[in-house]
Design a protein around this ligand. Structure first.
Ligand SMILES: [Zn+2]
Length: 310
């Protein structure tokens, strides 16, 4: 009678476990979620195969990782809730740079990097020298017509990008005409600067400027373009031609928040009327009642509603 590979693997795992228990190094099982999410992330961002990730995790079979993420439908098995601590650790240490050089991955980060370099006036010929790489391949990458890139080339492009981005190509001795040409091309093709991606340049699902905060202090929205403004503030800029006056508005918002905080925590009450003492509240905000009243009017709110919402 032959013994199936599954049974053999199980036996091997059990004997490993026994050995480790005897040695006192058995760390047991841990929640599989973190490792599962990590594998999903490597697949989503980098289009890394299960085999590539498994190799990098020290020889975990691709099928094992597939089971971790998808379960095994043919045998009606759901993904495991728990895995061994060793396997979890091995998976969690894998980054894109740990994948073997020859594997092919998502080129989107490399494309964005080459374009951002062009925006700053860095021609491909300079990248080629430093990477080193084939000019024709990089051209395709920058044009966005290469469906995949090797792990190795991806890493080399990133290294060059990190060296060059934010530095002046003219100061590095690149001909002025070459710098101007490439900047013009970048403008014509609508290529985006490095700032558009913040630190999410490799994430295929991130939209440009989405991860960059609006530059108006206190605004919580993502900015939408190179002016570093969210759509609200872009509209406002278009309407008025300026963002002056926003600061005043913001200050009154902050003021009302502070007033609300005082009312919620330690409201100044006039003992005779048992109502909020406006003068005292204003004083604690470092202003006169007149000024506070005006700010409240502008915000279309009065002491009663302010207190109710505190
Ligand atoms: Zn904004």
């Amino acid at each position: 009678m032959t013994v199936s590979a599954v049974v053999l693997a199980h036996r091997r795992a059990m004997s490993e476990r026994r050995k480790k228990i005897q040695l006192g190094t058995w760390r047991g099982l841990v929640d599989a979620t973190e490792a599962r999410e990590h594998v999903k992330q490597l697949r989503r961002v980098w289009h890394a195969s299960y085999a590539a990730i498994g190799d990098a995790a020290g020889g975990i079979r691709g099928g094992t990782l597939r089971h971790l993420v998808e379960g095994t439908t043919s045998r009606d098995l759901p993904p495991p809730a728990r895995i061994t601590a060793d396997v979890s650790d091995a998976i969690l240490t894998v980054t894109v740079d740990d994948l073997a050089d020859i594997y092919r991955i998502n080129p989107i980060g490399a494309t964005r990097r080459l374009r951002a370099l062009a925006v700053e006036g860095w021609p491909l010929s300079e990248v080629v020298k430093r990477a080193p790489a084939q000019l024709a391949g990089l051209k395709k990458l920058r044009a966005g017509t290469k469906p995949q890139i090797t792990v190795d080339l991806n890493r080399r492009i990133r290294v060059v990008y990190e060296d060059l981005i934010g530095t002046d190509p003219l100061a590095a001795g690149i001909r002025r005409s070459a710098v101007t040409d490439i900047r013009n091309q970048a403008r014509k093709d609508g290529w985006l600067p490095s700032a558009a991606w913040a630190d999410a340049i490799d994430d295929p699902e991130v939209k440009p400027w989405e991860v960059v905060r609006c530059s108006v202090p206190s605004c919580i929205h993502g900015s939408k373009d190179e002016r570093l403004l969210c759509s609200n503030h872009l509209d406002r800029l278009r309407e008025r031609g300026t963002l002056e006056g926003l600061r005043a508005k913001r200050n009154s918002e902050v003021l009302i928040e502070n007033a609300r905080f005082i009312l919620a925590t330690d409201p100044p009450i006039d003992p005779e009327t048992e109502e909020i003492d406006g003068d005292l509240l204003a004083e604690r905000l470092g202003m006169t009642w007149d000024a506070l009243e005006k700010a409240l009017e502008r915000a279309k709110i009065n002491l009663v509603t302010l207190r109710e919402t505190a």
